[in-house]
Design a protein around this ligand. Structure first.
Ligand code: DWN
Ligand code: SAH
Ligand code: ZN
Length: 406
């Protein structure tokens, strides 16, 4: 059966299948392995509006709940990025008499804590209970709910319209995207903006970052597909700019039609996408064959290192590590454990592949011969922190855009 496009109901044609996969943040205890959830992780492009999206989806309640383990404040680079976002909103959009900002997926309050400190009216909408509580502890006001049309209508009744609705690494996670836009229509003031920052399809393809594909990432946005989506739902995309997070993202700004002048950067990115044939079948087919080659190269390297008696440890247990280990069949026989700084991941197993997650203190106890860098998007921060590993003769392995020993 065909999957219908979640934006326009067109036919979605599959171009990559990463096999049977668990939910990427479903870290589990050894005693929980028996009941583990799996689905088929495959991606395709809509033949009408070109939106790239998952074929099968996991119910949102299985993805976001009290035990959701991603803490947005876990990286210094992310803390500083979101603090800057907040300061920019305070300087530009939140300057009227009683401004109001809503964040969809505020997680542990990494952005809204700065807004709260500035004394500006705000509301985070966050379904995952534990991270919502972390935000509340920072003085952030949070509504525990999934954002949709109904939630938006309730917020408007209680708080009035918003000057800014913001989302980071969240809007591409929401399968009911039409309901989200109907909600934005209810909630956004006449001159308000809906701003969201999401992984960029262009970067995923250019960098071969296939591990960005997992259950939470329902959509893989391009500027072209977001422009079409905004128009279809009665809005206008007025700005798009590249930002460095998660290896390369785009910050989109959407407004009510004809309220803001479209930016030069938007026109440039649209032209680049067209020239680079970003939305064309041949680009997707090439991506699929490159991904299979990376898998073969990585498995060969790890198998050779094991045969040579070398010790390889994983560094970072991001959602991405679930995709790559399950797709490549990397188990504890090849990588006995992974170090990660997130306390709630430690003592658990990476979903599906069941690599144990341990605290970073075990990385140097003693240092391994090689470290497989799953959190490659944090390489600068991690390599600076782990200089002694290199000094001890240790080597880093990365796999995007190519398998390489550094
Ligand atoms: O879209 C999403 C983004 C916002 O975050 C979510 N669906 C899930 C998540 O994606 P991710 O898990 O790929 O995010 P990160 O930021 O790449 O995760 C990095 C991991 O590495 C974290 O578990 C923390 C860990 N880490 C570490 O152990 N030492 C990170 C740093 C910087 C470190 O020094
Ligand atoms: N904004 C943070 C966190 C991103 S993780 C950052 O950029 O780092 C995605 C977050 O979106 C999770 O905390 C998840 O619970 C939340 N989320 C998922 N679906 C949602 C929905 N429908 N409404 C609001 N939040 C949602
Ligand atoms: Zn479509």
């Amino acid at each position: 059966m065909d999957t219908r496009c979640r934006v326009c109901s067109g036919t979605v044609r599959e171009f990559i299948d990463l096999g049977r996969q668990p939910t990427a943040n479903g870290f589990l205890l050894p005693s929980e392995v028996a009941g583990e959830f799996f689905f088929r992780l495959a991606v395709g492009a809509c033949q009408e509006c070109r939106m790239v999206q998952l074929l099968e989806e996991v119910p949102q309640e299985l993805r976001y709940h009290a035990g959701y383990r991603y803490h947005a404040s876990g990286s210094a680079a992310h803390r500083s990025h979101f603090e800057n976002d907040a300061k920019r909103f305070l300087r530009t959009e939140l300057t009227g008499p009683d401004p109001f900002i809503v964040e969809i997926g505020c997680n542990d309050g990494v952005m809204l804590s700065t807004i709260s400190t500035a004394g500006v009216r705000h509301l985070g909408v966050e379904p995952s209970g534990d991270v919502a509580d972390l935000a509340r502890a920072k003085g952030v006001r949070v509504l525990s709910a999934f954002f949709d049309e109904q939630t938006a209508a309730d917020i408007r009744i209680r708080h009035g319209v918003a000057d800014v609705v913001f989302g980071a690494n969240t809007i591409c996670h929401i399968a009911h995207i039409a309901s989200v836009f109907r909600g934005i229509d209810q909630l956004l003031g006449p001159n308000g903006v809906f701003v969201f920052e999401e992984p960029y399809l262009g970067t995923i393809i250019e960098q071969m970052a296939f591990d960005q594909i997992y259950d939470e990432h329902v959509f893989y946005f391009s500027v072209t597909s977001v422009k079409e989506m905004a128009a279809r739902f009665g809005f206008e995309l007025v700005d798009a700019e590249r930002i460095p997070l998660h290896g390369g993202e785009i910050r989109y700004t959407i407004a009510r039609p004809a309220t803001r002048a479209p930016s030069e950067s938007l026109a440039e990115l649209l032209a680049q996408e067209q020239a680079g044939k970003l939305s064309e079948e041949q680009t997707f087919a090439q991506f699929g064959s490159n991904v299979a080659r990376i898998r073969d190269d990585l498995v060969t390297l790890l198998t050779d290192l094991r045969a040579e008696g070398k010790r390889v440890v994983g560094y970072g247990a991001p959602g991405k590590s679930s995709t790559v280990t399950n797709y490549c069949g990397i188990g504890p026989d090849l990588v006995p454990f992974v170090c990660d700084s997130t306390p709630s991941k430690q003592g658990h197993l990476i979903p599906g592949s069941h690599l144990p997650v341990r605290p970073p203190s075990e990385f140097s106890d003693p240092y391994p011969d090689y470290a497989l860098l799953f959190a490659w998007n944090h390489s600068k921060e991690i390599m600076a922190k782990e200089e002694d590993f290199r000094a001890s003769g240790g080597k880093w392995i990365r796999y995007v855009p190519e398998v390489e020993v550094l």
